[in-house]
Ligand binder design. Structure first.
Ligand SMILES: [Zn+2]
Length: 56
């Protein structure tokens, strides 16, 4: 299982970028289309990204 930090602008539900999203299945939403992330999600993802980079 690969865990990758979603990009800040990735889908609100699954973190996949809009251009590569199409339809994704992800619990608990199931099949869904790309949805804009909330400001809080964007901030949290940017923080996670920065933390990951420091560890490498
Ligand atoms: Zn999604």
């Amino acid at each position: 299982m690969t865990t990758r930090t979603p990009s800040p602008n990735g889908c609100q539900h699954c973190g996949v970028d809009q251009r590569e999203h199409m339809q994704q299945w992800k619990p608990p939403v199931g099949w869904h289309k790309w949805a804009a992330p909330t400001q809080d999600q964007i901030k949290a993802r940017m923080r996670a990204r920065r933390a990951n980079r420091k560890e490498q």
